[in-house]
Design a protein around this ligand. Structure first.
Ligand SMILES: [Zn+2]
Length: 291
């Protein structure tokens, strides 16, 4: 009787997938001014290191936080973290609601791109927000999309599905060549069918999955519709922390553990792509290496 119980419990254990244990690329990280106060560089790098985060899309309000990460070459190398700097469009909170029509923002982006960072040239623009998708047609939004397309820069955009179409329309390639990273992949809850439609329409559109509604169930695994999307488009999704407030830094371990749980439930090759390879390919980092 005892033997049967042990055999059964072993069976149950082996049916449980192990968490994903490979490298992570955090495709949505902020190091804003208030975070720099509460979480000095050594603190944030320790959080990345102990969670196996080996590369970060770094952007901050204002851009100083990104620059401080980029300049800390010895410390980031020591922590095994590659910094992928993005130009943030916000100098302060007021810029959130006017960047898309503010010519001085366009000038600031041009200046930053020309200057680059200690970790090399900027890899992208963003994160930016559009709370009203119609603002995707603002003069500066149009110019920035064309600029990104032209220079092969990635764009990290927190927008709805309507704005994806509007932003893509402003690029010379009409979105066919645009490296748009859709922050949260529809934080307002665009349906899985609509996400699928956009992924099919724009071959280089990538979905970043922080805060994505209905992504996971109570068991921490992907819901059926999101598992189906991940399996159909294994090369199109990435994970991110979105450390937009300090609380997200406090829970960085839990956030990354949450990702490792559902990644571990996917086929190993798919998990590896979403965790690391998709971002690595986008930014020219090595893929499929046990770093
Ligand atoms: Zn964000």
């Amino acid at each position: 009787m005892k033997l049967i119980v042990i055999a059964l419990s072993l069976g149950a254990l082996s049916a449980q997938a192990a968490d994903y244990s490979g490298p992570l690329l955090d495709a949505h990280l902020h190091y804003n001014d208030e975070a720099q106060q509460a979480h000095p560089l050594a603190d944030v790098l320790a959080r990345m290191q102990r969670n196996g985060v080996r590369a970060i899309v770094a952007n901050s309000r204002p851009n100083d936080g990104t620059k401080s990460l980029a300049a800390a070459k010895a410390e980031t190398a020591q922590a095994g973290v590659t910094v992928l700097p993005f130009v943030r469009l916000y100098r302060n909170r007021e810029d959130y609601s006017s960047w898309f029509k503010d010519e001085t923002i366009y000038q600031m982006v041009q200046t930053e791109l020309a200057r680059g960072t200690a970790a090399g040239p900027y890899k992208g623009i963003g994160e930016f927000h559009l709370y009203d998708s119609a603002n995707a047609n603002g003069a500066v939004a149009k110019k920035l999309m064309a600029l990104a397309d032209d220079k092969g820069l990635a764009v990290l955009a927190h927008v709805d599905d309507i704005a994806i179409d509007l932003l893509m329309a402003h690029t010379p390639s009409k979105g066919q060549n645009t490296r748009l990273i859709w922050a949260h992949t529809g934080i307002g809850g665009a349906s899985a069918a609509r996400v699928r439609e956009l992924l099919l329409k724009y071959p280089r559109l990538m979905g970043e999955l922080s805060y994505r509604p209905n992504l996971t169930g109570a068991d921490g695994k992907l819901t059926a519709e999101w598992r189906a999307l991940a399996l159909e488009f294994p090369s199109r999704f990435m994970i991110g922390s979105d450390t937009w407030v300090n609380q997200r830094w406090q829970y960085y371990d839990e956030l990354m553990r949450g990702y490792r749980t559902w990644l571990g439930d996917l086929p190993a090759e798919v998990a590896r792509k979403i965790a690391w390879d998709n971002g690595a390919l986008l930014f020219g980092l090595p893929v499929n290496t046990q770093r």
